[in-house]
Design a protein around this ligand. Structure first.
Ligand code: UDP
Length: 372
């Protein structure tokens, strides 16, 4: 049986690595990786292949930079060509990026089965491009692999049959578990001259926060306030850097004294930074989950999250009244030791890939072998 797994953007590489490793162990499966090229440079793509042991992709679609619509169209055209010459029996898509939806749509038109990993997550906020990608991918998928109970409930509410919903845990945590020794060996914080618990980690890249000048002003004001409490370390996403340059705000960031802006970090380096931070302030989806797993207090600069377990069970706080004072007050409390300690959500135990392959074996692989 031939299975293609789609990767396109940074969080995809991290989730797909443990799954591909598990698929590759199965003698009766040919597992191929298709890289759309949505993130293509070394710091956003190549380094993750190296660090996570992902093989060179079997297909690289090489989509160029462009609007989400242009990228969706380009990915669809290129992926259609691939499946017409090398037809898979099943395509696995992960998460909520442009590549996820574009490839799922091609499969729907070509009548190829689709499994969606991280299905059912809903922020309820349709102004987020990712939310549209999630809803539409789930409207097409055949199998739904979910990371938390809220996703099961969302899918049932949307009339997905229970027999297609599989609560298997979180591949992102599989990678964390598998890489934990290597993360300590890399020793990133020592290389950066940082001490454990001596800094606040920050990441920011969602269009809602960085695409408008007001959002960036808010971020730099928050950093200015927080940097009076502790050093702020900010590995900057290329999108954020580009927007700061476009709005001519570089000097606003440069003049903050206790701020260390870094290039996007490799996975091992980034998790090293996260593990040793006093807290993290982010708008990332995956980092809310990693902070929960590691027990690091996390302030998410968003009004909602598609990952409610990180708030209900984990260490994550949302900012429904996202103003500078409320972020600062919460940060002061956290730094003085007043924060929820959190727990690790159900099935976030490093075995999600094994569970996914077990489901695929039962529902597809065994019957495929029998039919041959
Ligand atoms: N990450 C990384 N280097 C960085 C920032 C993040 O390796 O400089 C990792 C992080 O550990 C997490 C993933 O990238 O596993 C999250 O990706 P991102 O925030 O870009 O996407 P999202 O999760 O919001 O879709």
């Amino acid at each position: 049986m031939k299975i293609f797994t789609i990767v396109g953007a940074r969080p995809n590489f991290i989730k797909v690595a443990p799954l591909h490793r598990e698929l590759a162990k199965q003698a009766d499966i040919t597992s191929k990786i298709v890289h759309t090229g949505q993130h293509f440079d070394y710091l956003m793509s190549g380094i993750f292949f190296e660090q996570l042991g992902l093989p060179k992709p079997d297909y690289f679609l090489g989509v160029s930079e462009g609007s989400p619509t242009e990228q969706t169209a380009e990915i669809m055209l290129a992926f259609e060509k691939v499946v017409k010459t090398d037809r898979p029996d099943l395509v696995i898509v992960v998460g909520d990026v442009t590549s996820t939806l574009a490839c799922a749509l091609v499969c729907a038109k070509e009548r190829i089965k689709v499994a969606h990993i991280e299905a059912g997550l809903r922020s309820g906020d349709r102004s987020m491009p990712e939310e549209i990608n999630r809803i539409l991918t789930d409207a097409i998928a055949d199998e739904f692999f979910v990371t938390e109970k809220s996703a099961v409930e969302n899918l049932l509410r949307e009339n997905v049959p229970a027999s297609r919903i599989h609560f298997v845990g979180n591949l992102m945590i599989d990678s964390l578990v598998q890489c934990s020794a290597k993360i300590d060996q890399v020793g990133n914080i020592e290389k950066l001259g940082l001490l454990p618990q001596s800094y606040i980690l920050m990441t920011m890249h969602r269009p809602a926060n960085v695409d408008q000048v007001d959002g960036l002003f808010k971020i730099v004001s928050i950093i200015r306030d927080l940097s009076k409490l502790k050093q702020v370390v900010f590995p900057m996403h290329p999108r954020t850097r580009k927007k700061i340059a476009a709005f001519d705000l570089e000097k606003d960031f440069k003049t903050v004294k206790n701020l260390k802006v870094l290039d996007p970090q490799g996975y091992l380096e980034f998790i090293g930074l996260l593990k040793n931070a006093s807290m993290v302030i982010t708008d990332s989806g995956g980092i809310q989950e990693e902070a929960t797993y590691l027990g690091i207090p996390c302030i998410t600069l968003r009004e909602n999250t598609e990952r409610p377990v990180t708030v209900e069970v984990g260490t994550n706080y949302l900012m429904p009244d996202f103003n500078i004072d409320s972020v600062k007050n919460l940060a002061v409390n956290i730094l003085s030791g007043t924060f929820k300690k959190g727990a690790i959500p159900e099935f976030w135990d490093g075995k999600a890939a094994e569970r996914i392959v077990a489901v695929l074996r039962e529902k597809y692989i065994n019957s495929y072998v029998c039919a041959k």
